[in-house]
Structure formats: C-alpha cells, structure tokens
Design a protein around this ligand. Structure first.
Ligand code: SF4
Length: 475
C-alpha cells in the first residue's frame, strides 16, 4: 500500500442505482460509479436486472479495471445498481466485493451499502444460529439476508415493510441502493450519516447516488436527498415515497464536507466547494500568519486554500503538483517505493517555492508522517518558511460509521497536543480550524451533525466490545 493511501482516511463506499427501461443501464451505472471512484478504490461491481434475471459482475480494482466494453455490452436490462468499495468491515477479498445478491422466498435482492453497522456481529450470530450460510465477512450481507428473508411478496408495500423490519434490527450507518427483479430502492438510516440523493433521468427514469457529482455525469437532474430514515422505491409507476422515521436529531457526517465528498457535489443541502471555502475563510481569521503565498495540498485542500487566500489577502498559488494517476494498485510496493513515499504522489514546483514563506492548507492530519514528508519536500525545494493550516479540528477519535482511520493509538491527535504535532511535522507554525468554526462553515444545526472524530461524542453509542476489540478507543 502506498504511503499516501495508508495515511488518508478511507471512505468506505460509493453507491449508484438506475431505473431506466430502454436505456443502457449498465453503462449509466458504470459512469455513475466512475464519478464516485474517490469513495472507494478497492473493488467495483454492477448488478443488472432485465425483470426476469439478475446479472452480476464484480472484481477487485478500479472501475476502469473491472469493466470493459465486452463486459458492459453483455449486461443489458431495465435497472441496475453499482458499488465501489474500500473495506472497513471484513477483509479485502473478492468475496467481500459488492453488490451482494441474495435469493429470497420472493425472488432475488441485490444491495450496495455505504456505511458500517455496529451490531453486525450480533445479527450475524443470530442468523447463523438459524442456519443461514454466509459467503462473505461483510455487514452488507447481513442486511441483504434480512431484507430477502423479510420480503413476502413482490409489491411496493412488501418491499417497504421488509425494509422497515431490516431497519428495526440494524444499528449504525447505512445508505443503501438495492433492487428486486423490477424495482429499484434506496434506504437511509435514521441518523443519515452518509449522503444519498435522487435524480430524474429524462422523462421516465430515476437514479440514486451517494453524491450529486454522479447525477451530473449521467445527465440526471437533482430531485432531492433520500431523507434520514426513509425508504424510496422506484418502478414502472414512478417514485414511491414513505414517511421517514421521526427523529429530533440526525448524524450527518461533518467529515464528508472536510474530506470525503467531491467539491462539485452538493450534500446535506450544501455545496461542498463553498463550504470548504468558508472553512478556509474562517481558518485565515482564526490562524493568521505573514506569508508570501497560500498553496493547497492537492486536491482536497484546494477549496479551503482558496478560502484562506481570499480572507488573508495572501496570493493563492500552486506549489505541489499531484500525480493524477496514483491509485491503489495490485502491485505491492517494495521498500524502495515505500521510501519514496510522498514523492510518488506530489512534486514541488521549485520556481514558485524558492525563497518564499508558504502557507500550506490541508484538510486533516491523520497519522502525521505524510504531512512531515510534504514539509520536507517543500523545504528541499527552497521554501523559506512553511506554515501548516488544517481546515478541520484535530482528528482524535476513530470513526465507527463507515470511515477507516485505524485505532485511536494510530491517530496522531489521539495522543499528542497541537504543539507536539507541530514539532513532529516540523512546521514553522501549525493551526487547526476550531470545531465551532467548522460547524459555522457547514451552516447546519449542531444537533443534526456527527462530529465524533473531533469531539468523541458518538451519536449512536459504541458497544464496549467494539471499542476494545477493533479500535482500542480507551487506552
Ligand atoms: S465519526 Fe467523523 S468520519 Fe465518522 S461519521 Fe462521524 S463525523 Fe463522519
């Protein structure tokens, strides 16, 4: 695994669904998950239904590696769902790739899941005691089995009741796209941790997607988000809505705005780019510094760096060029490649940097070694001073709702003060955006946000055995 991949938080998944009889649904699904590639680079899959049978193709790798013309041409139908994945629950193997498909008493059900269940082990044990066989180690298979088992007919009502029964049992984060033989559906957990939106495709079709950037790429018009706790079903009669579960508060993931979502997406009713710009504005007010140029760590630091430059009136410039072809590969890097580390990903622009005082804007620091390497790169290229500014608070608590950041021990802010982190990364100064200002930039009520990786207050309590077992939350 490359250094940069190991040190970034891993978004769990991107999901996409399309209902469009007469259209090339497998190709639309391909373009949909291609646009969502940033949400998961480990495996990709598409399931297609022609109303009588399912076709499924999934494999390890990027969307463009898993699918080619021949594969897509062989998958024709009226509706499709698609998924790309980075693992948190379960290991990285083909059997854990999605969509997952289950044959139930009322026919097959396919599911693509973004999120993470915190009671998956208990649910799985109960199903195994009832002699249910599993083919993978992922929580999404638990969900598809519950859905398929609860489905007692092929009507919209049957599907909505089965979804409600599954939601009653499942605890955690889930934005789901799924399909039966002739229906596409979307489900979002009552906290709404992960985004999921609905788009209109021409006059007769619909799409569902993790982010609006996937609607744009297939030419769909944004309709609205699937509401927290809601089930939507799409069939030949159109969109069937159901009353979402009532809740006083939600848990929209604030880190989607900081890092996970694409800047050209709108999530939770907000533009990601504009929100990051506001983070940069507030960061400049909170941590001003005298400098000659503001540069981003590309690409996720770009919008906030623009915002910092605007508010500070320090010129914005390019100082680091990203190798746009670096992704997770099947080739295990050898030690020499590991040593190259950040140089595989970023190159400094010496002409822009030499002799200058630089403000570098980054979205977050997870473990710190990449940041230290970036600062080394800038100093080697002649930067006179390097001031690091982070457009979020210290990332100090692990996520249990679908983002893989490792254990609390592995998070640099879990164990060190800001001053100690500044020394470790060897910055001339270091400043983080406060949680108060991050929330102000996002402009959503605090009670509707999950901010647990910054303040340790988890909207759904995390069972002790999960804390101790996987993440060593308490030291
Ligand atoms: S803990 Fe952090 S990354 Fe996880 S859902 Fe909450 S805000 Fe998002």
């Amino acid at each position: 695994m490359f250094n940069e991949i190991a040190e970034s938080p891993h978004c769990e998944c991107g999901v996409f669904g399309v209902y469009a009889p007469g259209e090339d649904v497998s190709r639309l699904a391909y373009f949909g998950i291609f646009a969502l590639q940033h949400r998961g680079q480990e495996s990709a899959g598409i399931a297609v239904s022609d109303r009588t049978r399912f076709q499924l193709h999934r494999d390890m790798g990027l969307v463009s590696q898993v699918f080619d013309e021949d594969t897509l041409s062989a998958m024709s139908g009226d509706l499709a769902i698609a998924h790309n994945r980075y693992s948190t629950t379960g290991s990285s193997t083909l059997c854990n790739a999605q969509p997952v498909v289950e044959e139930g008493p009322s026919g097959p059900v396919a599911l693509g899941h973004n999120g993470n269940l915190i009671n998956a082990t208990i649910l799985r044990r109960k199903l195994e005691e009832a002699e249910t066989q599993f083919n993978s180690t992922i929580d999404s298979e638990v969900m598809v089995k519950l859905l398929a088992q609860n489905l007692s007919g092929e009507g919209v009502d049957n599907l909505q009741s089965a979804a409600a029964a599954m939601m009653y049992e499942c605890n955690g984060a889930y934005s789901l796209v799924g399909m039966t033989r002739d229906k596409l559906f979307g489900i979002r957990d009552p906290f709404g941790f992960r985004p999921l939106c609905i788009g209109r495709l021409n006059s007769k079709g619909y799409v569902l997607a993790s982010e609006t950037c996937a609607l744009n790429v297939v030419g769909a018009q944004f309709v609205r988000e699937v509401l927290p706790g809601e089930v939507v079903v799409i069939d030949e009669f159109g969109l069937h809505e159901s009353a979402p579960q009532e809740a006083d508060s939600h848990g929209f993931c604030i880190f989607e705005f900081v890092y996970l979502a694409r800047p050209d997406s709108n999530i939770f009713g907000r533009s990601v780019h504009q929100t990051r710009r506001r983070m940069g504005n507030l960061l400049a007010q909170e941590h001003p510094v005298e400098a000659d140029m503001v540069i981003p760590v590309p690409d996720t630091g770009t919008s906030a760096a623009i915002g910092y430059a605007e508010a500070s009136r320090i010129p914005y410039g390019e100082g680091l060029i990203k190798n746009r072809y670096i992704h997770r590969t099947f080739i295990q890097p050898d030690q020499r490649m590991r040593d190259l580390g950040v140089k595989m990903k970023l190159s400094p622009l010496r002409e822009s940097l030499a002799g200058k005082r630089i403000v570098v804007v980054e979205d977050s620091i997870v473990r710190g070694t990449t940041t230290r390497n970036i600062i080394g790169l800038l100093r080697d290229a002649g930067a006179r001073e390097v001031h690091f500014r982070i457009s979020s608070p210290p990332y100090a608590w692990p996520c249990f709702y679908g983002i893989d950041t490792g254990t609390r021990d592995e998070l640099i802010a879990g164990a060190r003060s800001v001053e100690e982190i500044g020394e470790f990364i060897d910055a001339d100064s270091l400043g983080y955006l406060s949680l108060e200002n991050l929330t102000k930039a996002v402009d959503l009520p605090k009670k509707h946000l999950c901010r647990a990786c910054f303040d340790g207050k988890y909207p759904i309590p995390i069972p002790k055995h999960i804390q101790m077992d996987k993440y060593a939350l308490e030291k």
